[in-house]
Design a binder for this molecule. Structure first.
Ligand SMILES: [Zn+2]
Length: 223
C-alpha cells in the first residue's frame, strides 16, 4: 500500500457498516475522526455504542445534533409509535428523504474545519433498500457539489458501495475486526447490541450475511 493519506472523517453510527468503515479508514489514513448524528434515535444506546467504540479505538468523536430530522419528516427511526415496515410508497418507514445527503453535507463542513479531505461513509447500493441517496451516482454528484460549494477537494470514500452483507463481514475479517464488529456494534432496530433481537429486518439482514460469510469461509471458498 502507498503511504497513508492524511486525514479522514468517518460518518459513524456505531452499526456494523460504519464500524467496518472505521477500521477500513484506520488502515488507510494517518488520522481518523468520527462524526455521529444525534437525531432523536429511538434508542439512546446507539449513541452510547458509537461513543464507546470511538473511545476504544482511540478516535476523536464528534456528535452533532440533528434533532430537526424528526421535525422534517415523521419516520420510524425517531418515532416509537411508528412500526418499522414497508410503507405505502414502497420504501421502509425508516426512510427519511435526503438523510444521507444532509449527514454527509454536515460531516463535510466539520471535516473541512478539522483539515480533513476524505469523507468515509458506509452507504451501499447493493442492499440499498430503495434509498436514493445511498446510490453511487448520488454520492459522486454530491462529491462534486461539496467541492464546488466549499471550494475544497473532498474525496467521498464508499468502501461498502458494491458489497453485499456477507462481503461486508468478509471485509471486517480482512481488517482483523470480525469479532469486534460482531460483538460491539448495534444494528438492531430494537436496540439490542451484537447479534441483536434476531427478529427485525436489520437483524435478519445482518444474520443472513454473517451466516453466508461464515459458511463460505468454512468451505474454503470466497463469498
Ligand atoms: Zn433486531
Amino acid at each position: 500500500m502507498s503511504e497513508k493519506q492524511s486525514k479522514a472523517f468517518v460518518v459513524f453510527s456505531g452499526g456494523q457498516d460504519s464500524t467496518t468503515c472505521l477500521f477500513w479508514a484506520k488502515q488507510r489514513f494517518q488520522e481518523v475522526e468520527a462524526v455521529t448524528f444525534n437525531y432523536g434515535q429511538r434508542h439512546k444506546l446507539e449513541l452510547e455504542c458509537a461513543a464507546s467504540i470511538a473511545a476504544e479505538l482511540g478516535i476523536k468523536h464528534h456528535v452533532l445534533d440533528m434533532s430537526l430530522l424528526g421535525q422534517l419528516a415523521p419516520n420510524a427511526l425517531t418515532r416509537s409509535d411508528m412500526a418499522i415496515e414497508q410503507g405505502d410508497n414502497g420504501l421502509p418507514t425508516t426512510f427519511v428523504d435526503g438523510r444521507n445527503m444532509l449527514f454527509l453535507t454536515f460531516a463535510a463542513v466539520l471535516a473541512k474545519q478539522h483539515g480533513a479531505r476524505h469523507l468515509v461513509t458506509g452507504v451501499c447500493e447493493t442492499d440499498f433498500s430503495g434509498y436514493p441517496d445511498c446510490r453511487d451516482v448520488f454520492i459522486k454528484s454530491l462529491n462534486v457539489t461539496l467541492n464546488l460549494a466549499m471550494d475544497y477537494p473532498f474525496v467521498v470514500e464508499t468502501p461498502l458501495m458494491w458489497l453485499n452483507k456477507a462481503e461486508t463481514w468478509a471485509l471486517a475479517d480482512e481488517l482483523g475486526a470480525l469479532d469486534y464488529v460482531r460483538e460491539k456494534t448495534l444494528t438492531c432496530y430494537n436496540g439490542v447490541q451484537a447479534d441483536g433481537c434476531g427478529e427485525c429486518p436489520a437483524c435478519e439482514l445482518r444474520r443472513r450475511g454473517l451466516e453466508q460469510y461464515l459458511a463460505a469461509k468454512a468451505g474454503g471458498s470466497g463469498v
